[in-house]
Design a protein around this ligand. Sequence first.
Ligand code: 5GP
Length: 203
Amino acid sequence: MTMNKGRLIVFSAPSGCGKGTMLAEILKDEKFRCSVSCTTRAPREGEIDGINYHFISEEEFEKRKAEGMFLEHASYCKHSYGTLTSEVDPYLEKGINVILEIEVQGAMKIRELRPDALFIFIMPPSVDELRRRLNKRATESEDVIERRVQAAAGEIPFAKKYDYVIVNDALEDAVSDFRSVIRAEEQRVEPMSEFIDEVIRNA
Ligand code: 5GP
């Protein structure tokens, strides 16, 4: 049985939820690809242009927006972020599942534009734990961390608008929960209907 088109997966998590480590694990499977977004924020230490993000200026961002290159875009903590359509559709066509690692405003836009996408929200065990993880990461100043904690607290209520919620307490469990969700989705009647028809035809 072959699945023709890839599935669009919206994967949202407030920063500090361990989404990066989860994604690194998930992306070991070549059936998945993470779309590389554009952002106007500066690279953090270790981040590589074209791999983590396309790091571009405000002017370049506005230009791409005017040219209609973004499937969705949003601003977050004073910076602009956007998903390029060219990072999504060509891969879905090839049968690859494309993950959009985006915040909630963008996710809600995708809900309207692509209702067949799968929406997964990653939760921290608590806001205190999230603050602790961001402090441990120590890649940002205290006020940036506090701004991110506040942004996270504002994003968590949106979890109720997603299809699945995964609590990232232990990485292995969270990744295994993600795989279970994908597996369950693959067993839904719609993706299985071609197979059902084939069995009926050959009966
Ligand atoms: P960070 O600066 O920590 O890499 O990302 C900040 C937030 O922006 C995260 O919640 C991340 O998921 C989100 N984000 C990254 N790329 C995009 C994008 O293309 N569109 C939207 N809407 N959000 C994005």
